[in-house]
Ligand binder design. Structure first.
Ligand code: GUN
Length: 293
């Protein structure tokens, strides 16, 4: 069993990104710039945004955060998005999700200029990705593809089963892994809560991706001997032996499943660190395109 170590892979790829950012910065005389909008005081969102600032700083990308209290009106928020859309100094924009319940996230996402939508959530980018056109790809699926590529895991002709049909992981990943060439050419099955006999479907898979958000859901009897297992989940579970009283686990029952696998991602330290790269890559791509215009 080989561990698909996202920390090792992401550190190596981050160095490449930093090199590229530095070359472009010299040429343009300015750094790429990512803006984030953070509404409310959700602790997980605050951590995500702080990490994004740290990542940007590490590779030489400027970052700024626009913070609002959770009672901000839709109009004010849209006004902020539009101001950033028009700011020639800003290359990429993300609106940290989830937004407070009184917002339609989709409505806000659709106000982002697709050429600055480095999360790849705008329908224009989703549509372009499906058509195989250049587009921003959402962070988690892009990170999984990068991790498979880093470890030279063959995907061509493989049966891939993805559990979870979310807009930000399952659906785009199904699309990427079934596209022609590169880390693609898989025969993909996208499973969800209405899939009949999920264990049987999973047992067919050469590659299983667990992205349903249920701690330790994937058990050994759902995995074929020699399969590649990608764990997208991350949940806190009680653990009295840990100093903090909790432990982070994925959607895969790692202890049971790992001995059956050819490759498996750990949690933490697997998919997580890889997802953080995508935003940096997308911001650099946005800046390259903007500076060519
Ligand atoms: N919240 C959790 N993950 C993400 C992400 O990838 N992008 C944004 N904007 N919000 C998130």
């Amino acid at each position: 069993m080989i561990l698909l170590d996202g920390k090792i892979a992401s550190e190596a790829i981050k160095k490449d990104i930093a090199g590229e950012v530095s070359r472009w910065t010299l040429e343009w005389g300015k750094k790429p710039h990512l803006a984030a909008i953070l509404v409310g005081d959700d602790p997980a969102s605050q951590t995500y945004v702080r990490n994004k600032e740290k990542d940007c700083n590490q590779v030489g990308i400027n970052s700024s955060v626009y913070r609002f209290s959770s009672d901000i009106s839709k109009e004010r928020l849209i006004e902020c998005v539009k101001t950033i859309n028009e700011d020639p100094d800003i290359d990429g924009l993300i609106v940290q999700l989830p937004l407070p319940a009184h917002f339609s996230e989709q409505e806000i996402i659709e106000t982002i200029d697709p050429s600055k939508d480095v999360d790849g959530f705008h329908p224009v980018n989703v549509g372009r990705m499906v058509l195989g056109l250049p587009s921003f790809v959402p962070a988690t699926p892009a990170g999984i593809v990068d991790l498979l590529q880093y470890y030279n895991v063959t995907t061509r002709g493989k049966e891939c089963v993805i559990i979870g049909r979310s807009n930000i992981v399952g659906k785009p990943l199904a699309n990427l892994l079934s596209r022609k060439g590169g880390v693609g050419d898989c025969t993909v099955t996208l499973c969800h809560s209405h899939t009949v006999d999920l264990a049987k479907v999973c047992c067919r898979a050469d590659i299983v991706v667990a992205a349903l958000g249920r701690p330790r859901f994937l058990k050994a009897d759902m995995v074929k001997e020699g399969a590649v297992v990608i764990d997208v989940g991350i949940s806190r579970v009680e653990d009295n032996t840990a100093k903090s009283g909790f432990r982070l686990v994925g959607d895969v029952d790692f202890e049971q499943v790992a001995p059956r696998c050819s490759y498996i991602t750990p949690v933490p330290g697997g998919v997580g660190p890889m997802t953080r790269l995508s935003l940096l890559k997308n911001t650099l791509q946005a800046a390259i395109k903007r500076n060519k215009m």
